[in-house]
Unconditional design. Structure first.
Length: 244
């Protein structure tokens, strides 16, 4: 019974130590100085309006405008971008409209959507159109020839891609937001970028980027090693010769 109690206590100590170590390393710092979500959009990559994940950016524009926003995404995240367009009154429109969103990484490479309705046609009597695009998981590092999503800024472009020419210029209201599922060590790779891919002039200090070496795989690796050691000790206590 004493041996069983010892092994149980040792296991709990190991688990507690690793969780205590992982807590500060994996936790996201709350920043009260986070800027408010923008209420207008840019008209190009250079003027894209920046917002944070979890915020809803809005803009008023004219049908036919190209609207640009940007948000940060870090390694281990799988971002989903959603957009909504409030269309002009039905009596002022002359037919259906097709809207689409495209997402680009910090190198302005268009990123494919894993799933989601990236483009949608709205009938002439529709009040709004909703779009979504879920990207592939962001990797900490990639081969130079690959187009894998990498840590840094991501650009969202929203525009109408098909409509009656008579509807050009009609006023619309748009909103866009982004959120990520944290996949953690499940998508961790060896290697990391020296700096995230950010627009010229942007500072990496404005965002709490993941460290180059830490992933949740360290927790499970350490726990596995601890369990293996404790199992070896327990097996030895069961099989060692007993003195009379």
């Amino acid at each position: 019974m004493r041996r069983t109690g010892f092994l149980t206590t040792a296991l709990l100590v190991c688990v507690g130590s690793f969780l205590a170590f992982a807590g500060p390393a994996a936790a996201d710092d709350e920043d009260d100085a986070t800027p408010k979500a923008p209420t207008e959009a840019g008209t190009s990559f250079r003027t894209a309006a920046a917002f944070e994940q979890g915020q809803k950016a809005t803009a008023s524009a004219s049908t036919g405008d190209y609207l640009y926003w940007s948000f940060p995404a870090d390694a281990g995240e799988r971002p989903t971008v959603r957009a909504q367009v409030k269309l002009p009154a039905a009596q002022s429109r002359h037919g259906a409209q097709t809207w689409r969103i495209d997402v680009y990484d910090g190198l302005r490479r268009r990123q494919a959507c894993m799933y989601g309705m990236q483009a949608r046609s709205a009938p002439a009597d529709a009040e709004r159109v909703e779009l979504a695009c879920t990207l592939r998981p962001v990797r900490a590092w990639s081969e130079p020839w690959a187009d894998d999503p990498l840590p840094g800024a991501y650009y969202v472009r929203l525009t109408v891609s098909a409509l009656d020419d008579a509807d050009l210029g009609l006023p619309v209201s748009a909103s866009v937001e982004a959120e990520s599922k944290d996949l953690g060590g499940a998508v961790a790779v060896d290697g990391a970028l020296s700096t995230p891919l950010l627009p010229p002039g942007a500072s990496a200090d404005d965002h709490d980027w993941a460290s180059a070496w830490w992933t949740s795989r360290w927790i499970w690796t350490g726990l596995g090693a601890a369990l293996a050691a404790l199992t070896g000790i327990w097996g030895y206590t069961l099989t060692r010769p007993r003195r009379p």
